[in-house]
Design a protein around this ligand. Structure first.
Ligand code: FES
Length: 71
């Protein structure tokens, strides 16, 4: 019987009004099921749905009025 593979776990931090920061992710699966490889130690994922580079945050959330930003 083989042992289950060990995967490093990712750490997630929510930025109020902004993106979700993910550390140590090998890949991100978006809402459509597409897998995006991650080659950086930390990435910012869009939570406002306005980024032109989804699933990545491109800073567009900063242009939104406070009531339209993700909580
Ligand atoms: S959270 Fe930054 S562009 Fe959406």
């Amino acid at each position: 019987m083989s042992e289950a593979p060990i995967y490093p776990h990712a750490d997630v931090e929510i930025c109020p009004g902004g993106p979700m920061l993910v550390r140590n992710a090998g890949a991100i699966r978006d809402a459509d099921g597409q897998v995006h490889r991650v080659d950086k130690p930390i990435v910012a994922l869009c939570r406002c749905q306005k980024s032109a580079r989804k699933p990545w945050c491109d800073g567009t959330h900063k242009l939104l009025p406070p009531e339209k930003r993700p909580q």
